[in-house]
Ligand binder design. Structure first.
Ligand SMILES: [Zn+2]
Length: 286
């Protein structure tokens, strides 16, 4: 691993730690204050900067702990509103104010003030040069960070083990997620840290990006087969996709799956594969 860069394994996620001489910069913050405390301990120096790859609560949940300790929190300008008011995350997934079962740490973290950055414009913090790279698709304004020869890929790239386990990887916009994978393949790095969850070299990263592309394409193919000219609503389509992929839907995966499938269907409409229309009081896809 590149000198000055380390990580902590929190179980579900890997958190990057960058040594900036008198302080530490961390990439993502875990899901809770407990995670933040573990990260702070592993950093071994005061954490003065938190770089967030994206707005999801399993990455932002520890940010308020660091902010209360005086750290600056950075996020892409496209996701700034979501971190200032984290309720927007659950609002996006649920489509309105969510019931109690979705108002908990996996979906909702404490809101925190943050500093926005622009994609592709380098930032320098404590002598460390950081390039925030546009890798949206998984979320609305997802960022990967290139620091020297290390890429912090966030959730733009996922280990195939994790994909196999979850069977349907969450994406806000699958077509943009495909573009992000192509972007990662073109970048100049020697190692990359995936939040979920691996540390791999460039060659392996290209292989993972190809596998992830196949995963996304397989979901489009499933949807095409399921819809096949028969008009159906989003609930039915989501149920059939999950069944086809052997995904036992749970309370949490339901919300992620239905949101993800909506993204796929909008992509398919945009390229003329399906029609989306309103009939008998329902949005139908055929
Ligand atoms: Zn995520």
């Amino acid at each position: 691993m590149q000198q000055g860069i380390s990580f902590i394994d929190l179980g579900a996620t890997l958190i990057g730690i960058i040594d900036a001489d008198s302080f530490a910069i961390v990439v993502d913050s875990g899901i809770s204050n407990d995670h933040a405390k573990k990260i702070a301990k592993a950093a071994g120096k005061p954490v003065k900067v938190v770089l967030l790859t994206h707005l999801h609560a399993d990455h932002t949940g520890g940010a308020s702990f660091f902010a209360k300790g005086g750290a600056e929190v950075y996020i892409s300008k496209y996701e700034l509103s979501f971190i200032i008011n984290h309720e927007l995350n659950t609002a996006l997934l649920y489509g309105g104010i969510p019931p109690k079962m979705y108002r908990r740490p996996f979906f909702l973290s404490e809101s925190v003030n943050a500093i926005p950055f622009e994609h592709e414009i380098p930032i320098e913090i404590g002598g460390v040069k950081i390039l925030p790279i546009k890798t949206d698709g998984h979320s609305i304004g997802h960022t990967s960070f290139l620091v020297g020869s290390t890429l912090f890929a966030g959730d733009a790239l996922t280990s195939p083990n994790v994909t196999a386990k979850h069977k349907l990887i969450y994406n806000y916009c699958p077509v943009r997620a495909l573009a992000a994978l192509e972007r990662i393949k073109q970048l100049d790095f020697t190692e990359t840290i995936l939040c979920h969850k691996d540390i791999i070299d460039k060659k392996t990263a290209i292989n993972y990006a190809c596998l992830q592309r196949e995963h996304i394409l397989s979901v489009y193919a499933d949807l095409k087969e399921i819809i096949n000219g028969k008009p159906a609503g989003i609930e039915t389509i989501t149920e059939l996709v999950c069944k086809k992929r052997g995904l036992n839907i749970s309370q949490d995966s339901y919300l992620l799956a239905i949101s993800t499938i909506k993204g796929y269907l909008s992509d398919m409409e945009a390229r003329g594969d399906i029609a989306v229309y309103f009939e008998d009081g329902r949005i139908l896809f055929s």
